[in-house]
Every structure is written in C-alpha cells, then in structure tokens.
Design a protein around this ligand. Structure first.
Ligand code: ZN
Length: 277
C-alpha cells in the first residue's frame, strides 16, 4: 500500500494512506544499510499487516532544515513592519528556494501598518517580483486560499513576520499552538522539534518555522547566479557564456540594471551574495 509520511517521531513514522487512514510504521533496517532514512513528505510503500515501510519512492526534492521531502512550494512571509522589509532576506530566500527545486510564493504582511509613501515603495517591489514571474499575495487577499490545494507547502520568513496570524485566518480550526510557541520562543528551540504535515485547505503544510538554511549551504556562486531567475532572460547577450555579471565588460545584466529593467536591489543583493556578505 502506498501513502505519504506525515509525521516522524524517532523510528515511528505516521503514514497517511490514500484512503485517509493513518498507520504508524517502522523503517526497515535495509534503509540504514542503504544510508537513506525515510523523511516526512516521502511517498512510501508499506507492509500494512506488519507495519513496515518497504520502499521509498524517488524524491523530487529534499530540504535539510526543516528535514522534509517532496515539497511543492514555499510561501515566503514578508513583513514590511517589525520586522522591517528586507529585500536582502527576500532575495536570499528566493535564491535558496529556487535552488532546492521548490516553487517560491511571496506573501506580504502588515501592509496596514505603513504610511502611503512607504506603501508606494513596497508596491514597486511587488510589481517587480510579479513581473519576473513570481506569484505575490498580500496576506489579506482571499485568493491566497487557493494555492494550497493538492500541494505540500512550507513557510519561510522571519519570526514575527505573521505566519501564525495568516494561518489562523486561513483556517480558524487549525491548531497552531505548537507553531505559535515555537515562533515565540525564537530560533534556538526549533531544531529538536519533529516535523509534521498538517491538512490545510485541501493540501498539506509543514508545521515548522520553515526555511532557516540561509547561508547558501552547498551552493556555488554559479548556483546563486543561476537562481536569480530574471538574469537568465538576458544572459545569452553577455559576452561570455560563463559571465558572472560582475567585472566583465559587455555584460547584459549590468546593462539591464542601468536601464532599470532589473531592479537595483536585486543586483546589489546578488553582488553581496556572491561575495558572501
Ligand atoms: Zn553578464
């Protein structure tokens, strides 16, 4: 029988079958010999009678922090007021999420707490990220409810950015006590918590504070470059095919920054990232 692991506590894996039934299974020793361990999010075949995981289906992706497999999308909760908007953090998350083959979705929060002139500035960012192809929502948009159906979603963003508030608005029945607590406790406490997938609006969401691997672990500068998605539209016009868009002359990316087709902050953040600043 096939199902998805929705929860793990040491060697007890809760597998949800297609029927909705939940079965607690052990992992077989053979996985240890193969140096793989089942992860929350894995699609697995189980021995229903003996309550064992027999096979793990190939993963489409796998995150380290939080440890979870087969994620479809990451909603980046982006506060514009306490914590203040940081294009650097947003771009860092976008690049990291893209690199992990997960679809990023941006959700701005706390827009009601800023004045009109700052709102205009934020709107310029919103328009830009939409223009380059990202889905961007405001936390007050009703349409955000539609993105969760049939998807496995994780959240990303700073503590206090408004994840719990958003989730409670989306589904008031959601028991987010643990998420609230971990958000309030800050980062240090998260690491030992188990990961669990909980149902939300026809899909599953990871009840964890979300992405915290923000140091470009395992990424080269080329990876960082290639995951600034709009750069890929123009890079064929750079003089060198391996252009890093930094010191090279005849660089199409630098031209597009000059002509304002690429947002200044995107390029500045890119330079900081490849210098690991
Ligand atoms: Zn270039």
């Amino acid at each position: 029988m096939q199902g998805r692991i929705i929860k793990q506590i040491s060697n007890d894996y809760t597998v949800e079958l297609e029927t909705g039934e939940k079965v607690v299974c052990k992992a077989r020793g053979k996985f240890r010999n193969m140096h793989v361990s089942p992860l929350v999010g894995d699609i697995v075949l189980i021995d229903y009678n003996n309550k064992y995981i027999l096979e793990i289906e190939p993963r489409k992706n796998e995150l380290v922090r939080p440890t979870i497999a087969n994620i479809d999308q990451a909603v980046i909760i982006t506060s514009v007021h306490i914590p203040n908007f940081s294009s650097n953090l947003l771009d860092k998350l976008l690049v990291t999420i893209e690199f992990n083959n997960v679809t990023p979705i941006i959700c701005f929060t706390k827009l009601d707490l800023i004045d009109d002139s700052y709102r205009k500035e934020i709107d310029r960012y919103i328009e830009y990220y939409k223009k380059i192809g990202y889905k961007v929502y405001l936390n007050t948009d009703e349409s955000i409810k539609e993105i969760f159906k049939d998807k496995v979603t994780v959240f990303a963003g700073q503590s206090g950015a408004g994840k719990s508030t958003l989730l409670n608005r989306l589904d008031s029945n959601l028991n987010l006590a643990t998420g609230e607590v971990s958000e309030a406790l800050g980062r240090g406490k998260h690491t030992t918590r188990h990961v669990e997938l909980i149902p939300l609006l026809g899909g599953l969401v990871a009840d964890t504070p979300g992405f915290s691997a923000l140091e470009f672990d395992g990424m080269t500068n080329e990876d960082i470059r290639d995951n600034f998605i709009e750069f890929n539209l123009y890079r064929q016009d750079c003089e060198y095919s391996d252009c890093m868009h930094k010191n090279e002359t005849k660089c199409a990316i630098k031209e597009k920054v000059e002509s304002k087709e690429i947002l200044d902050s995107r390029y500045e953040n890119y330079l900081k990232f490849i210098d690991r600043k």
